[in-house]
Each structure stands twice: as C-alpha cells, then as structure tokens.
Design a protein around this ligand. Sequence first.
Ligand SMILES: Cc1ncc(COP(=O)(O)O)c(C=O)c1O
Length: 408
Amino acid sequence: MPTDNSNPLAWIDDALTDLERQDLRRHSATRTSAQSALVTIDGLELINFGSNDYLGLASDERLAAAAHAAAEREGWGGGASPLVSGRSLSHAKLERRLAEFEGTEAALVFPSGFAANAGIIPALVEEGDAIFADAKNHASLIDGCRLSRVTRFIYPHRDCDALETMLRQSAGVRRRLIVTDTLFSMDGDLAPVARLTELAAHYEAMLLLDEAHATGVFGPNARGVTDQLESTHKPAAPGSAGGSHAASSHTIRIGTLSKALGSAGGFVCGSQSLIDWLANRARTYVFSTAQPPATSAAAIAALDIIQSEPHRRQELLARAADLREGLRAQGWTTGHSESQIIPLILGDAKRTLDLATKLRDAGYFIPAIRPPTVPEGESLLRLSLCYHHTPEIIDTLLTRLARFAGRA
Ligand SMILES: Cc1ncc(COP(=O)(O)O)c(C=O)c1O
C-alpha cells in the first residue's frame, strides 16, 4: 500500500508490516484467570511457564487481604509524588521492612523496577564519569545508562577480564559505575558477583546489582545472588538476620516487588546517605506518583510469607534443577542457566515462534523471546518456573518436549 503523505503517522503502518514480515511483531495477550500454574489466556486454558511469579504469590489470598485492608484504610491511589504527599503509611512501612529484609540501612520504593533503574543510574553519574555495563543487561538498566549520557563501556556477557581491561583504560574518569543484572532475565545465568565486587573495590568503582529475578528466590535470607554468595563465604549464624554484608554495604542493590513478591513496584537498598541522595535526585522517584498503599501492603505480606515459608524457594530451585537436567538429557540447548529461568535456545526467530505455537496447541504457554529482547540469532523459548509447578507438571512437559527435541 502506498504511504499516505498527508498523514505524518502513516510510517507506523509500514514499520508494523516490516515487523510482521520478520516474525517480530508482538501482540498483547489477555489473561482472564489469576496468575498461577494454570492460566486462561485469550480464551485458552494453558499450563503457564510464562510468568515471573516465581513463588506463586501473585494470587495468594494473604496478599489480596492485605491490599484490601490498606485500600480501605488509606484509599486506593497514591495521589502525588512521595516527596509531596504520596508516601502513604504502608509505603513508609514497606521501605523500613525492605531495609530490614535486605540487611541495609535504608530502602526506597519506586513505582516499578523499570522506573527504579531509569531514575537511579542517572542520579549516580554525570559528565566526566563512566559506566561499565554487561552486554546482556535488562532494558531498564540499558535505558538508565543511556539517560545518564556518560561514556559507556559495554563488556561481553559475564566477561570480567574484558571489564578489567576497560576499567584500566578509563584511568582519567572521575567516577565509575559498574552495572549488572545478578540473575539474567532471559538466560537464567548468574553474574560473577564475587569477581565484580573485587574489581569494583580495586578500581574504586561503584557497583550496581539488579537482583530483580533473584530477590525472594536466592540466598539463605532470600535477598538474592549477593546473599547466596555471602553465605558461602561466611555462613549466617543460626537465628541471625544474615551473614556478612561486606559486599552489600558498599553496593547499590536494586530489586523488584513485581516478580517473586507477587506485587508491583521496584526498590533500591543501601546506606542511608545513598537512599537520601536518590530520594532527592532520582527523577523517577521525585517526579512520579507514589505506588498505591494497597500495593505496598501486598508487598509487605509477601515479605512475611517469604521469611516464614522458605520451602517455597527451596522446592522451586530443586524442581528447576530437575527440569534443566531433563532438558539437557534430551539435547536441548539451555545455555548456562542456574536458576528458575531456563531458556530453550533455538536461534532463529521463526523456528522459535513455530515451537511456541506447537506447544500452545499442546496446552502450554511458553513465550517465544525474539529480538530486540535478545540479540539477533539468539531467539529462545523462556521457561520460567514457579512454586505451583508440581513434579508431575514438569514430567509431563518433559514428555511433550521429547517429541519435539531434534525436530524444532
Ligand atoms: C533485571 C530487571 N530489572 C528490572 C526489571 C523491571 O522490573 P518491573 O517489571 O518491576 O518494572 C526487569 C523486568 O523484567 C528485569 O528483568
């Protein structure tokens, strides 16, 4: 169809057609059931391997009850930025609770994890500084880095030698900031946090760790990959709040309330001065409406459950290990996953979409992840496990996948 020159938005139809041709056009699905192991999406009842509700809390009635009570007490909307009048009692309690949970002096809650990253990074660096970022960081970290408009060094995925070379090359810069996911959202692999911590200390760089997919799941205190690492270096004393915070007291740790915590919102935790600075300078905190009190209250209820029901994360990780082993035995390429996120890497976008469609026909919802979410040639099916996936569900999935192995 010829482009309509009188309509300045006409290019959009052409661009969408291009996406369609490349098998890259996305459509929003509509879920008409609660988020759980079984979901109804676009009218189809499917076994759900496509949510980040890792601990099965998104539809837990205790979160709904806490949200309901807070909405009755404090109203529904945030109404204004936290610095004006939007920070409700539930929001303030959540920030205190998160600091305790994370073992840090303070925490700050943002409207989403994306907003946290987009606001925090530009508040930490400015002209004359440099950022060092893993090539596979989440889009929100990438955008936070772009918004900061400082020199960016992108190191190959998890490659600390390359990072060190870049750190050496940047001798003249004023401040340095290393930025990484701790658990990569598409590949399910872990950042080399121990080495990153050493490099940050040696080169006097700030270290920002985004634990979005690890909060609630990893470590003896469920704080994430850093927690797991610290526990292997220095075990927590029985009954104590946790182990050494050698790494965490000098880092900027980000998490989200929207994944394992089953609620919504993002947060950062660290020293009191870091939090005070970000409350003054992170534009997505200062200039955005605070999260509704009900959302904060639901997140507090989730923290209670995470602390009192550790079997959820233990069973989740054990089942993920079983599934990974079963998939590898069938010959699927699952990369370096060490977590509840397991990629089936197929490479080609069309093959990936075709397999997702076959699986949907067989009753499974497993999203096809294609560029730009992953680099060209690295399309994958992203299997994301949650606590509600029983061993039977996992066995049946493996049986189904065995039929497609080698033919996908
Ligand atoms: C590593 C990482 N950080 C941040 C976010 C954004 O969090 P939210 O969904 O709460 O905006 C995501 C979302 O997938 C993520 O994977």
